[in-house]
Design a protein around this ligand. Structure first.
Ligand code: ZN
Length: 315
């Protein structure tokens, strides 16, 4: 008898936890009715689904329940943490996909032009290494950025557990590494041992967080907090460098920091998609495109400045 009580309590508790994690739309009566029907028959309305969370193909809106809600004059709601989007050829969030792909191209352009500048236009040391001391770090940054944009495009095409994990892990790795880079560059950390001392705890933290997301729980709320904290920290560090140093390109730095902070507000507001296409997150992707261009432009100026300063010291 006591055993069955415990079992009932456990079931009730797990339902409560699930309810706390749910989006507003998940509790909507029209959606619930459709979901129940879908679970029994595999179909809702005229369409049938692979699984009853999202529609699987050409249906223009994410589900018939959303059409019913719109016709009844209700505002859009989130389902399983996502807004309902208009699909294009089965792509779930076409605008975010296009903007991620464009950002990938801009990142590639920025990285290649940095590469050409540093190895072909600026003088090299006798051992063929660059005078600029942050070259290797910017190469890693470029690769992590392109990796993150690639998985972002894949994730917005189709949101399944695997693409979600790859997208979140890549983004966390990029944000974590950018923080390390911000600290090393802003505080002129050139000594190898000091660099390791700063990077090691941050790499350990980021790795643990990625392992937690992938193998324990894909906790969107926690991930958002971790990413926000690391992003705000690096924005403050770059703002500090822009405000206190006499860097000739500090306006580019300042513009990126201000632009990046404003863009972050879009991630926080999180409004539903206009015309079924452009939500807050898609607009955030749009803002990252000019910011990325400006950012690589700053990096190239910084490489030039670093090289000329060191050459002056040498001569
Ligand atoms: Zn995205």
């Amino acid at each position: 008898m006591a055993r069955s009580h415990w079992f009932a309590l456990l079931v009730a508790f797990s339902c409560l936890v699930r309810a706390l994690n749910a989006s507003d739309g998940d509790a909507d009566p029209v959606y619930r009715a459709c979901l129940e029907h879908c679970k029994k028959t595999g179909c809702a309305g005229e369409k049938c689904f692979q699984h009853c969370k999202f529609s699987s193909d050409g249906k223009p809106v994410d589900g018939p329940w959303e059409e019913e809600r719109t016709q009844a004059g209700h505002k859009p709601l989130k389902y399983h943490g996502k807004w309902p989007f208009q699909r294009v050829y089965g792509i779930q969030e076409p605008v975010s996909v296009a903007l991620s792909a464009l950002n990938l191209a801009i990142q590639f352009h920025g990285w290649v032009s940095f590469f050409i500048l540093i190895y072909y236009k600026l003088p090299l040391r006798p051992n063929k290494k660059t005078y600029y001391e942050y070259t290797g770090l910017w190469h890693i940054y470029g690769l992590l950025s392109m990796n993150a944009m690639f998985w972002s495009a894949v994730f917005h095409c189709r949101d399944v557990e695997l693409t979600g994990k790859l997208d979140y892990s890549s983004a966390v790795a990029l944000i974590g590494f950018s923080l390390i880079l911000a600290i090393l560059r802003a505080f002129h950390v050139r000594d190898e041992a000091a660099r390791v001392m700063i990077a090691a705890p941050l790499i350990a933290f980021v790795t643990t967080h990625i392992l937690y997301l992938n193998f324990y729980q894909l906790d969107y709320g926690l991930n958002m907090k971790v990413c926000m904290a690391m992003s705000i920290a690096q924005l403050l560090i770059w703002a500090f460098l822009a405000g206190l140093s006499y860097h000739p390109s500090r306006w580019k730095l300042l513009a990126t920091v201000v632009g990046g902070s404003l863009a972050m507000l879009l991630e926080i507001c999180d409004f539903p998609p206009y015309w079924g296409y452009v939500d807050a997150h898609a607009l955030w992707h749009a803002t990252t495109i000019p910011l990325t261009y400006l950012w690589w432009s700053f990096v190239k100026d910084d490489a030039e400045l670093g090289t000329t300063t060191l050459l002056k010291k040498v001569n």
